[in-house]
Design a protein around this ligand. Structure first.
Ligand code: ADP
Ligand code: MG
Length: 907
């Protein structure tokens, strides 16, 4: 004979879930390690259960309270198997469900929750993305690993099912772990087999589905889709019926946005991972959770299709143009329930009467919304109307009526689930039932009226059932037919034959009523489930109107402009702003103009002047426009882009603990491979994560490649001032800079935030050095050196900071714009980038500099004289820092120490 614990352990043995919850009577119990795990994670109390001489930890939750525990466990990344008792024989238990991150039906909140299955077949990749909570099912096929991973990342999946070929590729698995927080689940290899998977898709969506949507049978897309269906079925959530329609799309439909770009642009979360402060959070004025989900999906998947972009702009324009109408539309939507999710709940059987009531209440919004749209000429003429036309109005109204006729106003309240008049049999039972209830309700009064008793109450309890209770002072007056059933301190309880009979009737009627209600409700729920695809259509339509109204609301509150779509590749933004930053600071607007012969802007300016903001705002304006939104600018003319690529230099990202120079270069490589002449590229301090000669060389070569070969529109912010010389060499490269005001001659630098033509003045670095407390002799000496360097034709850009190894000297010739290699193995001049490294330029190297020229050389000797031993020591240390092997924190600490030493010495 096996005990409970043994049964638990056997069931656990047979599942690959992390945790098992096993029903034991009115509880779900966890034993052994599982008990400890849930106790730790969920703060449950652990007790001991002994079985066959051993003792096991045990924790439990009541049956009705499993859902919240299940949710917390799954949200923490565990998979949980649930074993239920079958029938009355409580020793038969079987696993009926496996709750996993990608199939958690109980999920609340507006966010989509995707399970993505990914199949690789040579260079062809197939992706299938399912959201069981809404019934969304997308399939796509793409070429190449990069595109596949970018596409997958867009769904921000909770769970990924890598196919057999993907599981074998450590590189891809690493990338998946890096780019997503998804749980990686190994699902049966069979399920990915071409024949079986294709069959599975046809079974679910119909024979002709694959042809109809243009996905090749037995191809990577079909395999991914089949495996996803198989997995969803295996988890036992019972939602297959809500997956009514598979949508295929081409990756080309959307603007390419890789995971790094989504993060850099803070589309749905900030760099720190908060939703507040993200683009989505800033723009979200939706009034339904379907609408919020749609808005976010649009921001993550801007479209390339001009007609679709224009259609959304038309809708936003109509809604933005009339605040009263817009308010009315939003009010009509306000409080609408999540039809997509309700559909999934109806088909999975988990919808209760209140949920079905919500279906009707929400369907009611459709005709109301239609009327609203018709009542205003501007709205009626816009494509908004077409959105509602996609819903079968008659079928929706029929379903609403069916539900409305069936359910009570507040189903489950005193009056039961169903409205009177809906079902004759139920009405009859209810009438009799109500009569018996009324009998008991009025019994006390009747007894008082018919007898001489006044101290009478009627009540019921578990053991005695109904009884009439009479106070002791009156017990001698009770009628004969009262049978005494219990004596209490101050009273006695009685029953009568009539009471017996009524009570039997009551129990019978309660049961009959519940059974009939159950039967009717099951039929009603099935009726609603049969309309899952109608509900999804309706939900999508409401979501779309909500998202468009939200765009309009934001546009009108922040004076955004409708972008004008151009036929060429030009971009011309007048007085553009950053959509998120403008919410918190007095924002200085800036123009941006990119054309074929001005396609590459080198953006210079001191730290904190606004370079990154300027570039991001430009990228966001393009992204918003193609998401269908208006844009933060006075006006914007935009050619449509096929992709937006951004990369932030390793130092900035290093500070966030996210990146290494290697990653920076991998991402640069991705951009150089993926971008086209229709793309927008934003490079922010790329090449910074390495020594300056390396960095400049890489930045230089990448610029040439992007300009000559890729021809993408590019914004490149750099602190390598040398790159500004590219403008003279390459037709399409122009310099712009963010202006600062340093009139007070070094005492303060005022950031003007305006972007102007031409390269930045290079001396700001010296001002910053001055502000930072670098000793006066060094500051004035660096002004000298700078003046001399400027007078020179050739500037030595060899970086000497990376340590002892002797390298060949690279000479950057401003005149020809060429990097030449020179001889001087002993040369030791440092980088002359525009930043505070000017300080290092003044380094007096006793060893003669082979190529920097006699003047500079002489200057260096003078600099040496001006420095005392302490300052020299600090400079030596600054030069000795190996940036590649020093953490940002360590650097900070060292700079802090240097500043301290310098200021102590000044005193
Ligand atoms: P950089 O990249 O040049 O170091 P950032 O773009 O990070 O500078 O900008 C630094 C700060 O300046 C930002 O946090 C932002 O608050 C502010 N800022 C940038 N651009 C503007 C602007 N156009 N108007 C107002 N404030 C701005
Ligand atoms: Mg920056």
């Amino acid at each position: 004979m096996t005990g409970i614990v043994e049964e638990f352990l056997a069931l656990k043995e047979g599942t690959d879930a992390d945790v098992l919850a096993m029903q034991v009577g009115d509880f779900y119990e966890f034993f052994a390690e599982d008990a400890r795990l849930v106790a730790d994670e969920l703060d449950l109390k652990v007790s001991e259960k002994s079985s066959h001489g051993s003792s096991y930890p045990m924790a439990g939750v009541p049956l009705s309270e499993l859902t919240p525990y299940l949710k917390s466990l799954v949200e923490r990344g565990y998979t949980v198997a649930v074993a239920e008792q079958r029938g009355s024989d409580d020793t038969t238990r079987e696993i009926t469900r496996k709750a996993t991150p990608g199939t958690l039906l109980e999920a609340t909140g507006a966010d989509a929750r995707y399970l993505v299955s990914v199949v690789r077949d040579g260079d062809a990749w197939g992706l299938a993305a399912v959201d069981v909570t809404t019934g969304a099912f997308h399939v796509t096929e793409v070429t190449g690993e990069r595109t596949a991973l970018a596409e997958l990342g867009r769904f921000d999946p909770e769970e990924v099912l890598p196919g057999p070929d993907v599981r074998d590729d450590e590189g891809v698995l690493d990338a998946l772990r890096e780019d997503t927080d998804a749980t990686l689940t190994v699902h049966a290899t069979d399920a990915f087999a071409p024949g079986r998977a294709t069959h599975r898709v046809r079974e679910q969506f119909g024979e002709g589905t694959l042809d109809a949507i243009g996905v090749a049978p037995e191809g990577a897309g079909a395999r991914a889709a089949g495996a996803a269906l198989d997995y969803v079925e295996e988890t036992g959530v019972g939602v297959l019926a809500s997956l009514t329609r598979v949508q295929a799309y081409e990756a080309d439909d959307h603007v390419a946005l890789d995971p790094t770009t989504r993060r850099n642009l803070e589309l749905t979360g900030t760099m720190h991972g908060d939703r507040a402060g993200s683009l989505a959070a800033t723009l979200d004025h939706t009034v339904t959770s379907m609408g919020a989900r749609r808005l976010e999906a649009w921001l993550l998947r801007p479209v390339q299709d001009r007609a679709e972009v224009a259609r959304r702009h038309d809708c936003v324009a109509a809604l933005a143009g009339d605040a009263l109408e817009r308010d009315a539309v939003r009010e009509t939507l306000d409080g609408a329930y999540d039809l997509e999710r309700l559909a999934a709940r109806a088909t999975s059987g988990s919808a209760d009467p209140a949920a079905i009531r919500r279906v009707a209440d929400t369907l009611e919004r459709l005709p109301a919304l239609r009327e609203r749209l018709a009542s205003s000429p501007a709205l009626a003429d816009s494509p908004l109307k077409g959105i509602l036309d996609r819903v079968d109005a008659e079928a929706a109204e029929d379903l609403r009526e069916t539900v409305d006729d069936a359910l009570a106003d507040e189903p489950g309240g005193e009056t039961g689930i169903f409205a009177r008049g809906y079902d004759e049999e139920l009405d009859r039972i209810a009438e009799e039932h109500d009569a018996v209830v009324a009998f008991f309700d009025s019994l006390a009064e009747r007894v008082k009226a018919e007898t001489e008793l006044s101290r009478v109450t009627v009540d019921r309890n578990k053991t005695d059932g109904y009884y009439v209770q009479v106070g002791h002072s009156q017990t001698d007056r009770v009628p004969e037919h009262f049978r005494e059933v219990k004596t209490l301190k101050n009273s006695k309880r009685y029953r009568t034959d009539e009471l017996d009979e009524k009570e039997r009737a009551l129990v019978r009627l309660e049961e009959e009523r519940a059974a009939r209600e159950r039967e009717l409700f099951e039929a009603l729920r099935e009726e609603v489930a049969a309309h899952a695809s109608l509900l999804q259509d309706a939900g999508r339509a409401l979501a779309e109107v909500d998202a468009l109204a939200s765009f309009a609301e934001h546009a009108s509150a922040n004076r955004w402009a409708r972008p004008e779509l151009r036929d060429d590749r030009e971009l011309d933004v007048v007085a553009g702003r950053h959509p998120v930053v403008e919410q918190t600071v007095e924002f200085v607007p800036n123009d941006a103009r990119l054309t074929d012969d001005r396609r590459f802007l080198v953006v210079t300016g001191p730290n904190m002047s606004g370079k990154s903001t300027y570039m991001r705002q430009t990228a966001l304006i393009v992204l918003l426009a193609q998401a269908g939104s208006f844009v933060p600018a006075e006006s914007a003319e935009l050619g449509l882009v096929d992709g937006i690529y951004t990369r932030v230099g390793a130092l900035d990202e290093l500070a966030q603990g996210r990146s290494t120079f290697m990653v920076e270069m991998q991402e640069l490589s991705n951009i150089l491979h993926s971008a086209t002449e229709d793309s927008l590229v934003v490079l922010d301090e790329v090449g910074r994560g390495t020594a300056s000669d390396d960095g400049i060389s890489i930045a230089w070569a990448a610029t040439e490649y992007l300009h000559n070969e890729v021809r993408a529109k590019t914004l490149f912010a750099t602190h390598y001032h040398e790159l500004t010389a590219l403008a003279d060499r390459l037709d399409g490269v122009r310099n712009v800079h963010v202006e600062v005001d340093e009139r007070n001659d070094g005492e303060s630098v005022t950031f003007l935030r305006t972007v102007a033509e031409g390269p930045a003045d290079r001396s700001y670095g010296i001002h910053v050095a001055d502000l930072a407390g670098v000793p006066d002799p060094v500051v004035s000496r660096s002004r000298d050196v700078l003046a001399k360097l400027r007078a020179d034709e050739a500037i030595d850009v060899r970086g000497g900071a990376t340590g002892g190894e002797e390298t060949e000297q690279v000479v950057f010739d401003l005149g020809s714009g060429e990097l030449r290699t020179g001889g001087g193995a002993d040369a030791d001049a440092d980088a002359t980038s525009g930043d505070a490294t000017a300080m290092a330029d003044a380094d007096p190297d006793p060893g003669a500099d082979a190529s920097a020229g006699a003047e500079a050389d002489g200057g260096r000797a003078g600099g040496e004289a001006a420095l005392d031993a302490d300052a020299r020591a600090v400079l030596e240390e600054v030069r000795g820092v190996d940036i590649n092997n020093t953490s940002p924190l360590e650097l900070l600490q060292r700079v802090n120490e240097w500043q301290k030493r310098m200021s102590e010495r000044d005193e």
